[in-house]
Each structure stands twice: as structure tokens, then as C-alpha cells.
Design a binder for this molecule. Structure first.
Ligand code: CMP
Length: 140
């Protein structure tokens, strides 16, 4: 098993409802370590660039507006198979499809306002971590 790092965002619907601690507890109870974390207010330019892979999708504008609507908590999570593990902990993108006990099943409000983001592959994780954190901020 490989020790990995993945990038995570606690999204505006969750920070607005004061759920940061409850969501972090889900990560820690599942064996992931929060090795970097900061609360930020994303700019429209940052959100647009971060989600540029979705630029052609009909929900892109709505997604970017949502991500700048309240502060978010950006994080680096570390653990065995952290990328896959985190996706299991988060549950399916649409909370209606998310397995019981997952973050999205318990907390998400809709497919758009789904409480958390997590990297989907090692290459994406590396890019996403570097987008928000410098090497000096990553203290395992
Ligand atoms: P995330 O993992 O952050 O990656 C892209 C996001 O787009 C996704 O979570 C959802 O929040 C959002 N998304 C996906 N499909 C839709 C949709 N049909 N309508 C609005 N937002 C969506």
C-alpha cells in the first residue's frame, strides 16, 4: 500500500453551516491525516482556473459563483491510498447516490453544493496541492 497525499476542499455550503470539524472528524476517523489546512476566500479567478477542466460544462458558471460565495477550507490529506480512500469517505458527487455514512450522504445539500471536493487521480492531486500550498506549508 502506498502512502499518498490528496487535495481536499471543504466547500461553502459546509463552512456556512459550521461543519468543518464534523467533516474533519470523518477524515481522521477513517485514518487520513490533515497535514496542511487553511481557510481562504477564493477569488473568481482562482475558482475559474481550479475548475477550468469543467469550463465547457453548463454548470461551470454556477460552480464558480458557489465556490466564491463563502470561505472554503483547503486541505492536504495523507494516508494509505489517500486519493481513493478520500473518495470513498466523501461518497458519490450527487448526494442522492452517496452511500450511507459518507460525508456527502450526511451533509451535502445537492450535486452542486456537495460539501467537499477531493482529487480524482495522483496527477490531479499533485497539481491541485501545488495550486494552493507551497512545499513549506506541507508538514507531514
Ligand atoms: P467536485 O468534486 O468539486 O468537482 C466538480 C464539481 O462540479 C462537483 O464536485 C460538483 O459539485 C459540481 N457539479 C457536478 N455536476 C453538477 C451539476 N449537474 N450541477 C452543478 N454542479 C455540478
Amino acid at each position: 500500500m502506498a502512502l499518498e497525499r490528496t487535495f481536499s476542499i471543504i466547500k461553502p455550503d459546509a463552512t456556512r453551516r459550521n461543519l468543518t470539524g464534523k467533516i474533519n472528524a470523518k477524515f481522521e476517523e477513517a485514518g487520513l491525516r490533515i497535514v496542511a489546512q487553511k481557510r481562504i476566500q477564493m477569488t473568481m479567478a482562482q475558482a475559474g482556473e481550479f475548475y477550468s477542466v469543467h469550463a465547457e460544462r453548463p454548470f461551470y458558471g454556477e460552480l464558480c459563483e458557489f465556490m466564491v460565495s463563502e470561505p472554503v477550507v483547503v486541505q492536504v490529506l495523507e494516508g494509505e491510498n489517500a486519493i481513493t480512500r478520500n473518495r470513498e469517505i466523501m461518497g458519490a458527487t450527487n448526494p442522492a447516490d452517496a452511500a450511507p455514512g459518507t460525508i456527502r450522504a450526511e451533509f451535502a445539500e445537492s450535486v452542486g453544493e456537495n460539501s467537499v471536493h477531493g482529487s480524482d487521480a495522483p496527477e490531479t492531486a499533485a497539481v491541485e496541492i501545488a495550486y494552493f500550498f507551497s512545499g513549506l506549508e506541507l508538514v507531514g
